[in-house]
Design a protein. Structure first.
Length: 219
């Protein structure tokens, strides 16, 4: 099983792909070898598709075991691909890059503080979770500033005690700060993780991996 790899030569795995405990959503131009490595490491089935013609699937989609929320720019044919595998809903407001805006697992989600009530309602319904607006390290793009599984949450190293408190209360899980890809604070951009396993970008260091394994409960 691979613990470190790049997608299309890039270590920002969370920008290009997204995963739940069952599924991996990945751009169609990814090499079969990379897809196989990810399927084995995460214990998932890959769903290959662009979103709105774009390969930054991880920035545009966030999901859990109940469903996925996607950016409003998704094409109908791409939506049909997703719906063969899971329930899918789209965000239609001005802010709609779901992967950047939502940090979620199977029980809870924090979202970009400027999301509309309508968008929050879509997320609640599609993912079947409690939703709260918040920031991480002062950043509104919480989906890239953190990573959540059903075992733990790893967040931006500059996350404040009050931001961490919101997550601890909502998710009821261990929370810690960390980095990926040799010091990047955007932990959600460099890791794919679920309850079964994780994969990080190739630039991620040993100490960073130790923190990831400890916080997300792989030890």
């Amino acid at each position: 099983m691979k613990r470190k790899l790049n997608i299309s030569g890039s270590p920002v795995l969370g920008v290009f792909a997204a995963c739940t405990d069952e599924l991996l959503f990945i751009p169609g131009n990814t090499s079969p070898e990379t897809i196989k490595d990810l399927e084995e490491s995460l214990g998932v089935v890959a769903v290959s598709s662009s979103l709105g013609g774009s390969s930054i699937v991880g920035s545009l989609l966030r999901g859990n075991s109940r469903g996925v929320v996607v950016a409003g720019l998704i094409y109908d044919k791409e939506m049909r691909v997703l719906r063969k595998h899971t329930k899918a809903a789209k965000l239609t407001g001005e802010l709609n890059a779901a992967g950047n805006l939502i940090l979620a697992n199977d029980t809870a989600a924090i979202v970009h503080p400027d999301l509309s009530d309508k968008s929050v309602g879509v997320i609640k319904k599609a993912l079947g979770v409690d939703v709260k607006r918040s920031t991480l390290g002062g950043l509104k793009t919480v989906g890239m500033a953190g990573i959540a599984t059903n075992k733990g949450v790893l967040v931006h190293p500059k996350s404040t005690p009050s931001e961490i408190g919101v997550i601890e209360e909502l998710f009821n899980l261990p929370v810690d700060i960390g980095t990926v890809n040799f010091g990047s604070p955007l932990v959600g951009s460099g890791i794919l993780a679920n309850s079964k396993g994780y994969v990080v970008g190739e630039d991620t260091t040993g100490p960073e991996i130790s923190r990831i394994e400890d916080t997300l409960g792989y030890l």
